[in-house]
Design a protein. Structure first.
Length: 133
């Protein structure tokens, strides 16, 4: 089974790599699954990490533990369809989260996130929420 990683997953895994007990619920939700990192999740996390002085080599080493998902035409099409559907109902979400949702939707996989409210309005999307301990 695949789980699509929201940016909160990468932030928490990075911040708490020295205090893994805080990640107990995240690890339990992800057990037995492959964590898939869409291009937009990687871009959001990398942008923040680079701004804080994390080097590209450290980032590349960190990403080796994940399956990375490039942008493709199916995801672009799903993003557009989701955005139009939701915008017509007056509830299109912030675009990075909708890209993550589109990636998950194309793979028919749940989004793993600490912020489930960002994804609950996306039609047909499964969300696996977790909290830090």
């Amino acid at each position: 089974m695949d789980l699509i990683a929201d940016t909160t997953v990468l932030i928490d895994l990075w911040r708490h790599r020295r205090t893994p007990q805080r990640l107990e619920e995240l690890v339990r939700k992800a057990r037995g699954a492959s964590l898939v990192v869409p291009w937009i999740t990687e871009a959001e996390f990398s942008r923040g990490a680079l701004h804080k002085g994390v080097g590209r080599e450290a980032l590349e080493s960190f990403y080796r533990g994940f399956l990375r998902l490039a942008l493709d035409q199916r995801t672009i099409d799903r993003y557009c369809d989701l955005w139009v559907t939701m915008a017509r109902k007056g509830r299109a979400p912030d675009y990075p989260d909708l890209w993550i949702a589109a990636s998950a939707s194309v793979l028919d996989a749940p989004v793993l996130t600490r912020n489930p409210a960002h994804f609950t309005a996306v039609p047909g999307l499964s969300v696996a929420a977790y909290k830090l301990l």
